[in-house]
Design a protein around this ligand. Structure first.
Ligand code: ADP
Ligand code: MG
Length: 249
C-alpha cells in the first residue's frame, strides 16, 4: 500500500471526460512524477487530491484515510501540502509574513490577516518560519516585499511555505514552469535536498524532462485523462507508447 492510493477516479467537466479511471499508487518517501501533454488531466488529478475538485467516481486514500468529502483545509491538516502551477503568494506582504500564513493555516485551519499583528506572541510558529527561511537560503530576504522578487525566488518561497507545514505528502504542479535554467537547476537541488533530508513523499507534475529524470523514482504518463504507463525513469525513457503519446513521435 502506498501512502497515496488513487482508485478508479473519474472527473467530467460537462461533456469533457477530463479523467477516466485513474489508478495511482505513490510509495511513501518516494518521488512520483506525473507527465503528459497539455490537457491530459494532470492538474485536474491534483485538484481532486486536495479537495479543490470532487471526483465523480472512485476513491482517494491518504495514509489509509479517505480524503473525499473533506474540505481543502482539512486535507491540508492531514498532511498534504501543494505548490500551485502559478505562484500564490501575497505581493503586499513580506517574505516572513507570507511564511506565517501556512503556519497559522496548518495549526488553526484558517488564516486571518490580523493574526500578523500579534505575531510576536507566536514564538513557536515564528521560530519554525525563520528556521525554514534559513533552510532554503532566504533568511536575508525576510523583510522584502515579495512583489519585486524574481520568479525563481517566488517559487522558492512558495516551496518553503509548503515545507514549513511539515507535510507528509508534497504535491507540486509544474514547479519550474517559466523559470530560467539557473533557477530550474536551483529548484532541482532544493528538491533533491528535501528528498534526502526529510521524511516526505512527493508527487510532481513537470514538463521539463531534465527535472523529472533528476528526481523521480517512478513516473506515470497520463494521456487524455488515463494513465498510459507507470514505470521507473529508465524504462519510461525508452517506452514506444510514451514517445508516441508524449513526444509526438
Ligand atoms: P493538464 O494539467 O494536464 O494540462 P488539466 O487538468 O488542466 O490538464 O485539464 C484537463 C482537461 O480538462 C482540459 O481539456 C481542460 O481544458 C479541462 N478543464 C480543466 N479544468 C476545467 C474546468 N474547471 N472546467 C472545464 N474544463 C476544465
Ligand atoms: Mg496543468
Amino acid at each position: 500500500m502506498g501512502i497515496l492510493e488513487v482508485k478508479d477516479v473519474g472527473k467530467r467537466f460537462g461533456g469533457l471526460q477530463a479523467l477516466g479511471d485513474v489508478n495511482l499508487s505513490v510509495a511513501e518517501n518516494s518521488v512520483h512524477a506525473i507527465i503528459g501533454p497539455n490537457g491530459a488531466g494532470k492538474s485536474t488529478l491534483l485538484n481532486c487530491l486536495v479537495g479543490k475538485l470532487i471526483p465523480d467516481s472512485g476513491s482517494v486514500m491518504f495514509d489509509g484515510q479517505s480524503v473525499l468529502g473533506r474540505k481543502p483545509y482539512e486535507i491540508n491538516q492531514m498532511g498534504i501540502s501543494r505548490v500551485f502551477q502559478t505562484p500564490e503568494i501575497f505581493g503586499d506582504l513580506t517574505v516572513f509574513e507570507n511564511m506565517m500564513i501556512p503556519c497559522f493555516a496548518k495549526r488553526d485551519g484558517a488564516f486571518r490577516l490580523h493574526a500578523l499583528e500579534n505575531v510576536g506572541r507566536e514564538r513557536d510558529l515564528v521560530e519554525k518560519a525563520e528556521q525554514m527561511l534559513i533552510d532554503v537560503n532566504m533568511i536575508d530576504k525576510r523583510h522584502m516585499h515579495t512583489a519585486s522578487m524574481s520568479r525563481g525566488d517566488k517559487r522558492r518561497l512558495e516551496m518553503a511555505m509548503c515545507l514549513v507545514q511539515e507535510p507528509r505528502l508534497l504535491l507540486l504542479d509544474e514547479p519550474t514552469a517559466g523559470m530560467a535554467r539557473a533557477d530550474t537547476n536551483n529548484t532541482i537541488d532544493l528538491l533533491k535536498e528535501i528528498k534526502e533530508t526529510r521524511d516526505i513523499t512527493m508527487a510532481i507534475i513537470e514538463h521539463d524532462m531534465h527535472v523529472v529524470f533528476s528526481l523521480a523514482d517512478r513516473i506515470t504518463v497520463l494521456a487524455q485523462g488515463t494513465p498510459l504507463v507507470e514505470d521507473t525513469p529508465d524504462k519510461i525513457k525508452g517506452h514506444p507508447k510514451v514517445r508516441e503519446a508524449y513526444l509526438g513521435e
